[in-house]
Design a protein around this ligand. Sequence first.
Ligand SMILES: Nc1ncnc2c1ncn2[C@@H]1O[C@H](COP(=O)(O)OP(=O)(O)OP(=O)(O)O)[C@@H](O)[C@H]1O
Ligand SMILES: [Mg+2]
Length: 241
Amino acid sequence: MNALHAIDLAKTFRVEGRAVEALRGVSLAVPQGAFHAVMGPSGSGKSTLLNLLAGLLPPDGGSVAVSGQSLAGLSDRALTLLRRRAVGIIFQDCNLVPSLTVAQNVALPALLDGRALPEGRLERLLGLVGLTHRRDQPADRLSGGEAQRTAIARAFAMEPGIILADEPTGNLDSPAAADFCATITRLNRELGTAILLISHDPQVAAAADVVHVLRDGRIVGSFETGHDPARVSGRYLGLMA
Ligand SMILES: Nc1ncnc2c1ncn2[C@@H]1O[C@H](COP(=O)(O)OP(=O)(O)OP(=O)(O)O)[C@@H](O)[C@H]1O
Ligand SMILES: [Mg+2]
């Protein structure tokens, strides 16, 4: 089964009477446990795609299924629960609650769901992201890299089938971005959770196993990265030419 399966997604925005076709028939499958990335220039539709995949925006055409469950026809409440339980999301701004500690932020999705994380899960996640020593630190006293590693742990907390990340390294310097990539790769391998990461940075996209390239609202090519940034950069530029 695929962790995520999008078929023929279309989305058009109307701006002052003008139609902007953000997505023009995007199909994409991320198998269970796989690590894929989406690259594309600014305005190519990457964030729109992520919003449709997360059920944050309804498509004008096409369909999305998360772990085999179609999002079509789900109520707002059902979509909220799906985002809490079945999908983990990491944004460029970590969206942590500043006054809560690292541990409290990671446990928050479970709290909102009216339960506690399974025994030992919080400690395991904090260990995997290297924040055991920061567990009681308020989130507003973390470095950018630490904050984003907290956001990683939080995204994995509910054992979702897929993690979606939109330019998660956009606010990080390159050592922190490299650290982010190493950390999310470790969690992908250790926990077997599928990942779809959006980034225009070949260095970051090379952490994924497969890259899909979006251009003007269409996937114009997909390739295996070999975890080699130079190869990713070359293939990407080739598809843009
Ligand atoms: N809410 C909206 N209303 C109107 N137009 C929108 C809206 N969201 C996106 N668009 C338009 O859709 C197109 C795709 O935007 P999107 O944000 O998906 O691109 P992106 O690839 O994420 O770009 P970036 O790399 O700059 O984040 C753009 O032309 C954008 O202006
Ligand atoms: Mg974007």
